[in-house]
Design a protein around this ligand. Structure first.
Ligand SMILES: [Fe+2]
Ligand SMILES: [Fe+2]
Length: 218
């Protein structure tokens, strides 16, 4: 029987360099764990994950959940509370996962895109936006579910999150697709989804100083 010719799309991902260490002494997790997993072998491009796609998928889910909130009967406090609680936790976990796994590597790999001259500019803008989203999410808790004030607070969270997602998609995600290797995008995707899966109920909201963040993660 004739042996199959090698598929030109076959790629093998090695363990990669060791995880970088932040100024604070903590590892960035670039997938330190993922890269250490020598048993995993990605054989074809079609098998690879991509952190930029996972982030886009999360953005779609966030837009979907905000739209669902607009369609639930405003008298149904139980359903509104359930969906908002899930969305609020999701927004926090998503931002934290980006800060732990995506932006440190964007700082090192990116070259600027979408109107931003450098990856530092992209990152500073994004980390500041994350703080604004955290504040908007926290403000919702100050209103009784289903009231006009509550809807206005949710709408504000939707607006600041939408503005941020649009910029992130045009800037950081585009930059990373242009300049990061498939291997890195795959390894980060595995770390990103594992973090989200293990923090499904949320993380503690904590603002981050953009300049300190950049200094610690460059
Ligand atoms: Fe995002
Ligand atoms: Fe973000």
């Amino acid at each position: 029987m004739a042996r199959r010719a090698p598929d030109r799309r076959d790629i093998s991902f090695g363990a990669g360099p060791p995880a970088r260490r932040r100024a604070s002494g903590r590892t960035t997790a670039v997938a330190g764990d993922a890269r250490d997993c020598k048993a995993r072998r990605v054989k074809r491009e079609g098998d690879a994950m991509d952190i930029t796609q996972l982030i886009l998928d999360d953005h779609h889910e966030q837009r979907r959940l905000f739209a669902i909130l607009e369609q639930i009967d405003r008298e149904d406090e139980e359903k509104l509370t359930a969906v908002w609680s899930h969305l609020a936790a999701f927004l926090e976990v998503h931002a934290k996962a980006e800060e732990d796994f995506f932006y440190p590597e964007l700082l090192r790999t990116g070259q600027g895109a979408g109107g931003k001259a450098t990856s530092e500019d992209e990152t500073e803008d994004a980390i500041g936006d994350h703080n604004e989203i955290r504040d908007a999410v926290a403000a919702v808790a100050g209103h009784t579910v289903g009231t006009n004030g509550w809807y206005a607070a949710v709408a504000h969270a939707n607006e600041v999150n939408s503005d941020h997602m649009g910029e992130e998609e045009r800037q950081g995600l585009t930059d990373f697709r242009l300049h990061a290797s498939l291997e890195l995008r795959h390894d980060l995707a595995a770390a990103f989804i594992a973090f989200e899966a293990s923090h499904i109920s949320g993380v503690r909201a904590q603002d981050v100083d953009p300049k300190v963040y950049i200094a610690e993660n460059k």
